[in-house]
Design a binder for this molecule. Structure first.
Ligand code: NAD
Length: 543
């Protein structure tokens, strides 16, 4: 019965489990890892509620154990993309017209499945597919994905309840219509949570989706899809295809019913999408919504009043957790000369204890980088840095791909604040540090603001309150997520809505009301209770 108004309480963030030795969650996760390592998944595409297999497959290996096949996935082609679009469009009317609370209930159920019976499964899949350690998998796949799904429902309820005022004699309402057409969700390798959210958020608002995950994340994306299915997602609402990225994108961006793209990935790809949409504008029925969260060159700048332990910890965690493959990872830092020696001493002592290896061993901090392409790209940056006379490699700089794509945490000290590794996104465990004269804070803040094209995350580490105010103001436009006395990673849904401006994206803040608003097209309805019955107005009468 639609005769009710549900009250949606503000959700709590999913608690992060500890995985201490002998804990129940640790035992379950170990069992699940062993189970998954003992079988080879056969991963189909998913179109119109059906598993679709083809004659062409590609193998999947954990990035940290390249001789152990864990799955194969079925590659699609243009026909499958077309089928996915058709399936989405046929599912649209029923899904869009379903009471929103019923749609919400599917995603709330999915969140509970993730937090409960599927927790070990989705975490194990993420550890194996993306080489995340247990903690990184837990905060991503279990907690952040459950948070996205629950907070989206809470924000959707707020949006739907936002209504215009009505003057006497009329009733005004806003209907938050889903977009007319289908949404294209293109997802990155690095967060299982993002992969699920990019299709789930527009779907919650009544849209239908074609989802193309990153090839290097298909293994965990498939587990997300399985959970959505178990939660009761109707056929055709989210269709998952594994066809060539360029071919899929070209076909979709030329479709008249293309209504929007929900993208997270690199800036170059999003630029290309935007340009193509511009060229194809005449083909579309609507102006498509373009939502893209893209690259970063995230910074930490310390003031001479910084607490050295806080600074060293923020640099190490910010730069090297998940092998530096977070869009928010710290990859450039600015430390005043007065505290550099003490900071480096702390960092060096800690770095010597870092354990790198197979993440299935829970004592390991850093796993492998995602792929051979990433390995080549990152090690190329390291070699270029080594050959620059302005640089000193303070730590690491070695790598080895015999068993997996392993790269040491690498710290570069540079004399040139505009050197290559200070400017470009590397997306690996490489941190470049520039030591500035503490008298030159203003000039250094200007450097922080102008050195890269991105503006995603940044942090300042300082104790002096006036310095904090000054740095915060000078860096107003340098980051969409700004931290004071903390690392620049680890945004939590509902607490630090995430996204950046400049070439870091459209800053629609994933997991927030602002993002959900992009997936609706409001219709304003005015109903007159006492309607006029003659054209003339009173002022027209004779004197
Ligand atoms: P990527 O750009 O290589 O891939 C992202 C997606 O785009 C994948 O599904 C990929 O298959 C697809 N793709 C690749 N080339 C394409 C093309 N020519 N046309 C259409 N689609 C194409 O990114 P990635 O390596 O998966 O992820 C890392 C990038 O994502 C980094 O730049 C990182 O900063 C960014 N990222 C940003 C955020 C954020 O919130 N701002 C979050 C996570 C990752």
């Amino acid at each position: 019965m639609p005769n009710k108004i549900a009250s949606i309480a503000i959700p709590n963030n999913e608690p992060i489990l500890s995985y201490l030795p002998n804990s129940n969650e640790r035992k379950q996760l170990k069992l699940e890892l062993a189970r998954r390592k003992n079988c080879v998944y056969d991963i189909p595409m998913f179109i119109n509620g059906k598993e679709v297999r083809t004659n062409e497959t590609a193998d999947i290996f954990p990035p940290h154990e390249l001789d152990h096949k864990i799955a194969q996935y079925h590659k699609g082609n243009a026909t499958h993309v077309q089928q996915a679009i058709d399936a989405a469009l046929s599912a649209r009317e029923k899904w869009a017209n379903m009471h929103w609370e019923e749609r919400a209930s599917i995603f709330l159920k999915a969140a509970d499945l993730i937090a409960g019976p599927y927790r070990a499964s989705i975490n194990a899949a993420t550890m194996l597919a993306q080489s995340k350690n247990v903690f990184q998998a837990e905060i991503d796949a279990a907690c952040e994905l459950a948070d996205f799904l629950r907070f989206n429902v809470y924000f959707a309820a707020q949006i739907y309840s936002e209504q215009p005022i009505s003057s006497p004699g009329m009733r005004n309402t806003l209907e938050y219509r889903p977009l007319e057409g289908f949404i294209y969700a293109i997802t990155p390798f690095n967060f299982t949570a993002i992969s699920g959210n990019l299709s789930a958020a527009p779907a919650l608002m009544g849209n239908v989706i074609v989802w193309k995950p990153s090839n290097t994340q298909i293994y965990s994306a498939w587990t997300v899809m399985e959970i959505f299915r178990e939660a009761g997602l109707p056929d055709g609402v989210i269709n998952m295809v594994f066809a060539n990225a360029v071919e899929t994108t070209n076909l979709i961006l030329a479709h008249p019913d293309f209504a929007g793209v929900h993208f997270t990935g690199s800036t170059g790809v999003f630029n290309h999408i935007w340009e193509t949409v511009g060229k194809n504008l005449h083909l579309y029925k609507n102006y498509p919504r373009l939502v893209g969260e893209t690259g970063g060159k995230d910074f930490i700048i310390a003031h001479s009043s910084a607490d050295i332990d806080v600074l060293a910890t923020a640099l190490l965690r910010g730069a090297f957790e998940f092998q530096g493959q977070k869009c928010s990872a710290c990859s450039r830092a600015y430390v005043p000369n007065s505290i550099w020696d003490a900071t480096w001493e702390k960092m060096y002592e800690a770095l010597k204890t870092f354990k790198i290896g197979n993440v299935e061993n829970f004592t390991v901090l850093m796993g492998a980088v995602i792929s051979e392409d990433a390995y080549k790209r990152i090690t190329n940056y390291i070699e270029q840095a080594k050959s620059n006379p302005d640089n000193i490699i303070m730590y690491g700089g070695n790598y080895d791909n015999k068993k997996g794509y392993f790269i040491e945490p690498t710290v570069i000290l540079t004399k040139d604040p505009k050197s290559l590794t200070m400017r470009e996104e590397i997306f690996g465990p490489v941190l470049t540090i520039y030591v500035y004269d503490e008298e030159d804070l203003d000039a250094t803040l200007h450097l922080v603001d102008t050195t890269s094209e991105y503006a995603l995350t940044g942090a300042i580490i300082a104790q002096d309150i006036y310095a904090i105010e000054k740095m915060k103001k000078a860096l107003t436009n340098s980051a969409g997520n700004f931290y004071i006395n903390d690392k620049c990673t680890g945004a939590v849904v509902g607490q630090q809505p995430f996204g950046g401006a400049r070439k870091s994206g459209t800053n629609d803040k994933a997991g927030s009301k602002w993002n959900l608003l992009r997936w609706v097209s409001p219709r304003t309805v005015k109903e007159s209770y006492i309607s006029p019955k003659y054209y003339a107005y009173p002022y027209m009468s004779e004197e």
